[in-house]
Design a protein around this ligand. Structure first.
Ligand code: UDP
Length: 383
């Protein structure tokens, strides 16, 4: 393990990597970054498959998107992005539609030919029929935006598979991640900037962490360190918050996913990078075909797909998504109180905050944490 470091960073995903980079470059402080996995990059990790040449996102598709100029400019220090724009298709009852719901989805689903304003009044009527007045959960929010028939077809089954939780127990903002449109714009994200790192996510993380003040120790589990943690002035912890406290207040609900990887002897398996499966009786939620993320690269003869099966997180399956039921939010409050008492530890990232945030939110949270919290500790010579 790293010797002579002042700060220990637990987790080499975006939260940990940004803080490590800032401490090393901006403050000249020595940091030790540990990760229990054999690679950096957290869930963004990607690598090129030797057999096919396809760059796979090992923890599912990661498409970078942001409207935050500070975040975008920060990342441009480490990578360029390609011109990929994410478009998702979804299969329901053996028909393919575009997702998120747009004028094309509405017309195909209802078998009509509505204009944008016709579609808006038609959906308004569908929403009124459903009689949801004050939406407070995912189901009510979705119905208040698209009406019950579209909800039943494209959201309900997928959401039940993804979360294995009653959609009335899930927060409304999970569904507002997806736009709803009355034109034929099929882009998945509305953000100003979008793309995949030209040379992959791993190269981006390598460049962030490539500094004499940064030492990286892989295959190193924080919970095995014991007394060795005592030497650090500051610990930045981006693992699950409930695990840090040994689940003393109870276990938060987390979801994870399992992938079934297949190589195919054809140049294109499904014609797009992500195909969702909305029917509840199909056991997986989506199939990722990563080669579509790099149209600028040399075209390959074969392809790889990852089929995604959601499941509950457990000891052997790392958490990916916080479920955020009302019970979880109560528990989280207790953990946040405990976290505030840990003066030497900063909690962050999707797992440390227990918050369903995207890559850009994570990067911004880390930059703000460094500027507002860590720098003042340095000024007070606490590090
Ligand atoms: N969702 C859905 N049908 C879809 C896609 C998404 O019902 O075809 C819902 C589902 O509840 C999902 C949420 O919208 O968890 C957010 O989707 P997103 O694509 O942002 O999820 P992520 O890529 O983070 O897994």
């Amino acid at each position: 393990m790293c010797k002579n470091s002042d700060v220990l960073i637990v987790g080499a995903g975006f939260f940990g990597a940004v803080i490590a980079e800032r401490l090393a470059v901006d403050s000249g402080i020595k940091v030790c970054v540990i990760d229990k996995r054999p690679h950096i990059g957290g869930n963004c990790y990607s690598s090129v498959d030797d057999e096919t040449g396809v760059e796979c996102h090992h923890y599912g598709s990661h498409i970078f998107h942001t409207s935050n100029e500070r975040c975008w400019n920060y990342l441009l220090n480490f990578t360029q992005f390609n011109a990929y724009r994410h478009v998702v298709h979804t299969k329901y009852r053996n028909q393919v539609y575009t997702m998120p719901i747009n004028l094309g989805t509405i017309n195909a689903f209802y078998g009509c030919n509505l204009t944008p304003s016709d579609a808006a009044s038609f959906i308004r009527h569908e929403v009124e029929r459903s009689d949801v007045k004050h939406p407070v959960n995912l189901e009510e929010k979705a119905i208040s935006l698209i009406g019950r028939p579209l909800y039943d077809a494209f959201i309900k089954g997928y959401t039940l598979k993804q979360w294995e939780t009653d959609p009335r127990e899930l927060p409304a903002d999970v569904i507002t991640r997806l736009p709803m449109r009355f034109d034929y714009n099929t882009r998945y994200f509305d953000d100003v900037h979008e793309g995949i790192p030209l040379n992959g996510y791993s190269r981006l993380f390598e460049r962030m962490l490539d500094h004499p003040n940064i030492e990286v120790c892989l295959n190193t589990n924080f919970f095995d360190l014991g007394e060795r943690c005592k030497n650090y002035e500051l610990i930045v912890y981006s693992g699950p918050i409930d695990q840090y406290f040994n689940y003393s207040e109870g276990r938060l609900n987390w979801r994870t996913v399992r992938f079934d990887m297949q190589r195919h002897d054809c140049s294109d398996y499904q014609g797009c990078s992500v195909m969702n499966y909305a029917d509840s009786w199909i056991p997986f939620t989506r199939i990722h075909e990563f080669k579509h993320f790099h149209p600028e690269r040399q075209q390959l003869q074969s392809t790889i797909t990852y089929t995604e099966y959601p499941q509950a997180a457990s000891q052997n399956w790392d958490p990916f998504y916080p479920v955020n039921t009302p019970r979880d939010l109560e528990l989280l409050q207790k953990y946040n109180v405990l976290a505030q008492q840990e003066n030497r530890v900063i909690f962050g990232g999707r797992l440390g905050y227990y918050r369903y945030i995207d890559m850009d939110d994570t990067i911004m949270a880390a930059l703000d944490c460094y500027e507002n919290e860590i720098r003042s500790r340095i000024a007070l010579r606490l590090i």
